[in-house]
Design a protein around this ligand. Structure first.
Ligand SMILES: *[C@@H]1O[C@H](CO)[C@@H](O)[C@H](O)[C@H]1NC(C)=O
Ligand SMILES: *[C@@H]1O[C@H](CO)[C@@H](O)[C@H](O)[C@H]1NC(C)=O
Ligand SMILES: *[C@@H]1O[C@H](CO)[C@@H](O)[C@H](O)[C@H]1NC(C)=O
Ligand SMILES: *[C@@H]1O[C@H](CO)[C@@H](O)[C@H](O)[C@H]1NC(C)=O
Ligand SMILES: *[C@@H]1O[C@H](CO)[C@@H](O)[C@H](O)[C@H]1NC(C)=O
Ligand SMILES: CC(=O)N[C@H]1CO[C@H](CO)[C@@H](O)[C@@H]1O
Length: 680
């Protein structure tokens, strides 16, 4: 082949592959979208709760246990030879907390003795105010010392003296605050309580509910870990789905998530055997979840899941025995939103929360199509869902009930109920299934209560083979899926990724938004976090029609407007291109002023499709490029999207307080029934 021929062929080839995708966005038409486009999902998996977003620093603080995870001294070590043992005293701290730690000091010298706790794989120690407390039973004259020190060198970072009010036959609570004098260089630290053995009569003291909190998100008592909560708040979420997930179901019918055992003083919470290989404390309980909604300025829209009578081992409740379970669900809803004149509204008020929360969404169970199928699912289809939904609609007609399966799981969901779809997929699946949600009819309202790219392309293998970290092409697949939910935003109630958090010291699922450990310097935002944030923080409240209507084989997109800011928004994800070439894109918004500008934010990977953010390296493979574009002569914004990239184009460049407007925003008291396609 001569040079000339070669050049011509190449040019012809280039011309064929780099043709611009011309997108025209109409100014009228389209659909009003859900008012809760993106949210958060929380359950205690990967130590996301205890040792995670729940800010408590002490592990095994109240010696809680169960038949699955027996009571132990895990986390605790003696200081200066004290004898530690678990006791089940005839006078326990409470009905809920029946085990406690006995600290024997018989025939010790005058050296301070006691115990230390190594936290959830370490403890973050900085010059800030720590709030602590413990209960002690036994006779002791003197003072306790509460301290934070290095686990490696025994260097003390700070301590405080707590005068003893201990009494022989009584559990007495002691409180303290502790401000370290210096920041610890690492999180290899412990917390200790010590005391003078000479002041003890009776040879030992008993301790329980030993607690230590750093400053929490929005200063909430018993609250959330600041860095993790702030990372979530930055996603501009609108709802929280809790408390699971499989954690709601519980390992068996004897151990469901019982809302009434997660409320009130911590000493009244027994904790439970979690479903992810550890006992959970329930310190992060129903009220704490609602405070989480309050503190994150989430609209008072909570997707609260109630137990549906199915456990993770597949056991389910017989129809004749279901009554009390339905009653319990109604009681829970009444606790959250009932007037103080109702029994459970009154219970709420008695705990210090007279004002009802604004609960609009209730999901009946979790993945009822999965555990124990087919019999478990059959029981949901034939009587369980019906029993719950009928009772809820009767008492609370304004609540949007959500069934835990979706129409894609083989359930015909009676309108006006919605379904819940949980796609855990390979990125190629999200690519191939882009049009799946288009098949939802206007009565098939659907929540995406969980989704994530979890498997590498090439075959799903639930026995292993999860991708070790969220990775770039997985994130692009997720972006394609999020775009498909927005295109169908009149029927998709909301979308949330799961699981959100992963403690690198003990985890069950590698997919996550954020990896973390005790050391807050190690907190890592995953590739999926960056993708989700770009898409979730540019709201489309009303979709707009486009020509072409759909993808151009690699490019997927949605366009619409944010009626609050007046901004016109285009979101796109570019998957594999024919020859790895970039795709030129031109987006024209009909009716836009000639001199308009728009901000383009483009995400790409510096490490190819399989790049990931590694918590052990602290790297970030996600490259964010931001540019202000002006509409050209033809009124179009022109830019280029590399293979495997995600972009948002937003004409709201004024920067005039997106957030401010949001907080002033007045949502309608209930969802627009008409827009949601439900019958009145
Ligand atoms: C509006 O919704 C209808 C179906 O509910 C759908 O056919 C149409 O494509 C949607 N239009 C836009 C612009 O999203
Ligand atoms: C400090 O803690 C980290 C985990 O946070 C651990 O990997 C490391 O081995 C510890 N270092 C020492 C010296 O114990
Ligand atoms: C919580 O409710 C369940 C179910 O109604 C009941 O069996 C249990 O005793 C209650 N727990 C407490 C502490 O009241
Ligand atoms: C979806 O909604 C239609 C009504 O528009 C209904 O006939 C159909 O049964 C629903 N599909 C499922 C699987 O629930
Ligand atoms: C896209 O490319 C990736 C490799 O980067 C590959 O694993 C995947 O199968 C490709 N998918 C499609 C639909 O071409
Ligand atoms: C993944 C996907 O939806 N691909 C479609 C993109 O659009 C072309 C037609 O332009 C379809 O053939 C593809 O199936």
């Amino acid at each position: 082949m001569g040079l000339r021929t070669w050049a011509t062929t190449t040019l012809a080839f280039l011309a064929a592959t780099v043709s611009t995708v011309d997108i025209n966005v109409k100014s009228k038409g389209g659909n009003k979208t859900s008012i809760i486009p993106y949210g958060l999902m929380h359950e205690d998996i990967n130590n996301a709760g205890d040792g995670g977003i729940y800010a408590e620093l002490i592990r095994n603080r109240a010696f809680q246990g169960s038949n699955l995870y027996p009571v132990s001294l895990s986390g605790w070590s003696p200081v200066n030879g004290a004898g530690l043992s678990i006791k089940h005293l005839t006078v326990p701290l409470s009905k809920a907390l029946t085990a406690s730690m006995n600290v024997a000091v018989d025939s010790m010298g005058s050296k301070a003795v006691g115990f230390s706790n190594d936290g959830f794989w370490g403890m973050d120690v900085q010059r800030q105010r720590y709030t602590g407390s413990f209960y002690v039973r036994g006779s002791y004259k003197g003072a306790f010392t509460a301290s934070l020190q290095s686990a490696i060198t025994d260097e003390s970072y700070g301590s405080v003296t707590v005068e003893s009010n201990a009494k022989k036959n009584e559990w007495v609570r002691h409180k303290f605050t502790l401000v370290p004098k210096k920041d610890a260089p690492s999180s290899n630290n412990t917390f200790a309580i010590t005391f003078d053995p000479a002041g003890v009569s009776g040879g030992s003291l008993d301790f329980n509910l030993i607690s230590l909190f750093p400053p929490t998100y929005k200063g909430r008592e018993n609250g959330l870990r600041v860095d993790l909560a702030e990372a979530f708040a930055a996603l501009d979420p609108k709802f929280l789905r809790f408390p699971g997930g499989n954690a709601l179901e519980g390992p068996d019918l004897a151990n469901p998530w019982r809302w009434n055992e997660t409320i009130g003083p911590l000493k009244d919470r027994p904790g439970r055997p979690g479903v992810w290989n550890y006992q959970t404390s329930d310190g992060l309980g129903l009220v704490e979840y609602l405070h989480w909604c309050d503190d994150m300025n989430l609209e008072p829209i909570t997707v609260l899941a109630i137990h549906s009578g199915l456990a993770l081992d597949g056991a389910y409740i017989k129809e004749s025995d279901l009554g009390p379970w339905v009653e319990d669900a109604l009681n829970e809803i009444e606790f959250v939103r009932g007037a103080t004149s109702t029994p459970y509204g009154n219970l709420r008020a008695s705990l210090g929360y007279p004002k009802p929360w604004n609960l609009k969404y209730v999901e009946v169970g979790n993945e009822d199509w999965l555990a124990g199928r087919p019999a478990g699912f059959d029981s949901y289809l034939t009587y369980r869902f019906e029993a719950f939904t009928t009772a809820i609609k009767k008492k609370y007609p304004d609540i949007q009930v959500i069934a835990s399966p979706s129409v894609f799981d083989g359930m015909t969901i009676p309108a006006p109920a919605a379904g819940d779809y949980h796609p855990y997929r390979q990125p190629d699946n999200f690519f191939n299934e882009f049009h799946l949600l288009d098949h939802l009819s206007k009565d098939n309202l659907t929540l995406v209560g969980e989704f994530a790219s979890v498997h590498p392309n090439g075959g799903i293998d639930w026995a292993g083979n999860l991708h070790p970290f969220p990775w770039w092409i997985g994130g692009v697949g997720e972006a394609i899926f999020m775009i498909s939910t927005e295109r169908n935003g009149d029927r998709i109630l909301g979308t949330t990724y799961a699981p959100m958090l992963r403690n690198m010291n003990r985890w069950q699922w590698s997919a996550c938004m954020i990896e973390f450990e005790a050391d807050i310097k190690k907190t890592t935002l995953s590739t999926s976090y960056h993708v989700f944030k770009l898409i979730s923080t540019h709201t489309i409240t009303h979709t707009l029609p486009t020509t072409p209507t759909s993808n151009s084989s690699s490019l997927f997109f949605v366009a619409g407007m944010d009626e609050d800011s007046g901004g016109l928004v285009w979101k796109g994800a570019n998957y594999n291109t024919t020859n790895h070439e970039a795709t030129p894109v031109s987006v024209k918004f009909e009716g836009l002023r000639k001199d308009a500008t728009a901000e383009l934010t483009l995400l790409t990977s510096s490490a190819g499709p399989f790049g990931f953010n590694d918590p052990s390296k602290g790297n970030n493979v996600v490259v964010t490029t931001t540019k202000t574009l002006s509409a050209g002569k033809n009124g179009a914004f022109e830019f280029s999207m590399p293979e495997l990239s995600v972009a948002v184009l937003d004409t709201d460049v004024s920067g005039h307080g997106r957030k401010e407007r949001r907080s002033q925003r007045r949502y309608p008291p209930a969802l627009d029934r008409k827009a949601m396609g439900t019958k009145k």
